[in-house]
Design a protein around this ligand. Structure first.
Ligand code: CUA
Length: 195
């Protein structure tokens, strides 16, 4: 009993009061559970991100949305698919209320494809269902997404950010064609399947 009085943790407590060491034990257990949950969630994010090649829209590249149609990379004559010297292709698109320009992009199958897209007005979304392509298109910035298509077909490309009264009708297409059907153009020439 003398020992219990000298140690304040061992003193007899009134009914309903939990000893401090018991509180510490429970708190430590919950801290451990919280850290384990955090570790599991981080692992899920990292593993799914790597296995699906998902990446956040991290391309911080600015552009003046008021003049992009006049000159430079996003002038109308420069839009569409361009074959690069290394065999990959770059697709340049402009999103505006309520259309993508061009509204159909042709790309070859099994080829690295880089999409570069920007907006002239409000925030739009660029999504290709069942691929890793999903990014916001923010005026003033160039969004860049890399992917490749393993089978030919027509992929729908809905705008997936609410951008105004015509948002629901804002669609475009990506047409993935066999390599030999992809017109082999000299670099700097552009192609699209828009009518
Ligand atoms: Cu553009 Cu919704």
């Amino acid at each position: 009993m003398a020992n219990n009085i000298s140690n304040p943790l061992r003193q007899r407590l009134p009914d309903g009061v939990v000893p401090e060491e018991e509180i510490t034990r429970v708190e430590n257990r919950w801290v451990a559970i919280m850290l384990a949950m955090l570790a599991v969630m981080m692992a899920v994010i990292v593993v799914t991100g790597i296995t699906h090649s998902l990446h956040p829209p991290s391309n911080v590249e600015t552009i003046d949305p008021t003049t992009l149609h006049l000159r430079g990379e996003f002038a109308e004559s420069n839009l569409g698919t361009a074959a690069e010297p290394d065999g990959s292709v770059t697709v340049r698109l402009v999103a505006e209320q309520y259309a993508f320009v061009p509204d159909c992009s042709r790309v070859p199958v099994d080829t690295p494809v880089k999409f570069r897209i920007t907006s002239t007005d409000v925030v739009h979304g660029f999504l290709l269902p069942a691929t890793n392509v999903n990014t916001m298109v923010v005026p003033g910035f160039v969004a860049e997404v890399r992917t490749s298509f393993s089978r030919p077909g027509v992929y729908s490309m809905p705008c997936n950010e609410f951008c105004g009264s015509g948002h629901h009708g804002m669609w475009a297409k990506v047409k993935v064609v066999p390599k030999d059907q992809f017109t082999q153009l000299a670099s700097n020439e552009r192609t699209s399947c828009a009518k």
